[in-house]
Each structure stands twice: as structure tokens, then as C-alpha cells.
Design a protein around this ligand. Structure first.
Ligand code: SF4
Ligand code: SF4
Length: 117
């Protein structure tokens, strides 16, 4: 006959369940942080540096999802190789005025520059 208390006496059972719940909550929190860029490109037209903003927002989302900047360094280099440099963004926020999704572009560009430049 099966031991009804088996789950209570299995030392791995409860921590594993807790870990699953914690992991789910963390993924939910990370998803809530993702940048809501629709990739329309309107902001790029208005940016005096013509920064590749949709690609940069996408890269930042990848960083949030993976938690690893190291694995994205080549992608950052490639995205910014033929454009203005995120490090030169002076925070004029003209881009944000043209974003219907209210993306915090300048802050994100600065975070990317701090991570990769
Ligand atoms: S804040 Fe930076 S990214 Fe936005 S328009 Fe100005 S220079 Fe471009
Ligand atoms: S205007 Fe906003 S939604 Fe459109 S590409 Fe720029 S950041 Fe993304």
C-alpha cells in the first residue's frame, strides 16, 4: 500500500515544489520588466543620432530574459557598428516624444551603453 506521507518524508519534494513556484514568479516579474517596443521605428527618424532604437530595445529585452550581457556583446557590436553610438546619447528624449508605447528609450539606451561600451 502506498505511503500517504511519502511526499512529506521525501527531502527533495518540498524544495523542488517551492523552487518551481519561485521560478514561475521570477519569470513573471522579468516579463513585466520587458520593454514594450513594437518596432515601428518612428523614434529612429526623430533621433538626431539615428540610433537603431528598436534593435537596441530588443537586445535589452534579451538581456532581461537571459540575465547575461556577455552572450549579447557581439550582437550589440553588430547592431551599433554602422550607426551612432548609444554612448553619445545625450538624453534629449525627442525619441520618447514620438513613441506611442511610452518606452523609456533614453534610460534603456544609457543602461545598454553602461553594459556594453
Ligand atoms: S534621447 Fe538619445 S536615443 Fe533618444 S532621441 Fe535623444 S539622442 Fe536619440
Ligand atoms: S517609437 Fe517606441 S515602439 Fe516604435 S520603435 Fe521606437 S521605442 Fe519602439
Amino acid at each position: 500500500m502506498a505511503d500517504r506521507n511519502a511526499i512529506d518524508t521525501d527531502p527533495g519534494a518540498l524544495p523542488a515544489a517551492q523552487e518551481a513556484i519561485t521560478g514561475k514568479a521570477k519569470r513573471g516579474a522579468d516579463a513585466a520588466l520587458l520593454i514594450g517596443c513594437a518596432g515601428c521605428g518612428q523614434c529612429v527618424e526623430d533621433c538626431p543620432l539615428q540610433l537603431p532604437i528598436p534593435e537596441l530595445m530588443g537586445l535589452y529585452n534579451e538581456y532581461l530574459a537571459s540575465g547575461s550581457a556577455e552572450s549579447l556583446a557581439d550582437a550589440y557590436k553588430s547592431i551599433t557598428s554602422e550607426t551612432g553610438k548609444p554612448g553619445n546619447c545625450g538624453g534629449c528624449r525627442v525619441c520618447e516624444g514620438s513613441c506611442k508605447n511610452r518606452v523609456k528609450i533614453a534610460d534603456t539606451v544609457h543602461k545598454l551603453s553602461a553594459l556594453f561600451d
